[in-house]
Ligand binder design. Sequence first.
Ligand code: BEZ
Length: 208
Amino acid sequence: MTLHIGDIAPNFSIPTSKGDITFHDWAGKSWVFFFSHPADFTPVCTTEMGRTAQLAAEFSKRNVKPLGLSTDGVEDHLKWIKDVDDTQNTHLEFPIVADKDLSVAKTYEMIHPGESETAAVRSVFIIDPDKKIRLTLTYPMNVGRNFDEILRVIDALQLADAKGVATPADWRPGEKVIIPPTVTNEEASQKFPQGFEEIRPYLRFVEV
Ligand code: BEZ
């Protein structure tokens, strides 16, 4: 099963480091940053888990719940979380799914046999409060993710939803955004009374 942007994120019930969860119930009305990693007690994963824990306030202020996953069990997760806290100077509070039978990893296509038959690659799913998949990213096992980019795309998605805009290359919060081509100039004038800049009929910027 291939998952696409716009699909409903498949539901599942599974043990985690914070007890059993049913994904959709656990997510509730929040956004979710669902991310897989190859294995507990490995160096790159340790830094990523630590970074996610350190960014707890940033995720929370965006109404985003992080959810990790590896194909190790709950006991390993709990031991490893202590290491993450110690070595990354943090306190990891979010759940990590214990997907020992690979059922979730297979459903979400986190197993890439060219990398490993049993361990997940570094997948990212950003899922909105309607449980819709809004963004996917896939990193190989030996490259840690960029968490500035994770927060940036969440900001871009949330702004796009709130204001009906799109964001240009390398956009950062506070910068000008793009009026989508589906919006006519007349509609844009009503929607953005502050005015907008038309560089080409299809390339219009606005400050929001
Ligand atoms: C790591 O997390 O350090 C790692 C895991 C699997 C392969 C390479 C690196």
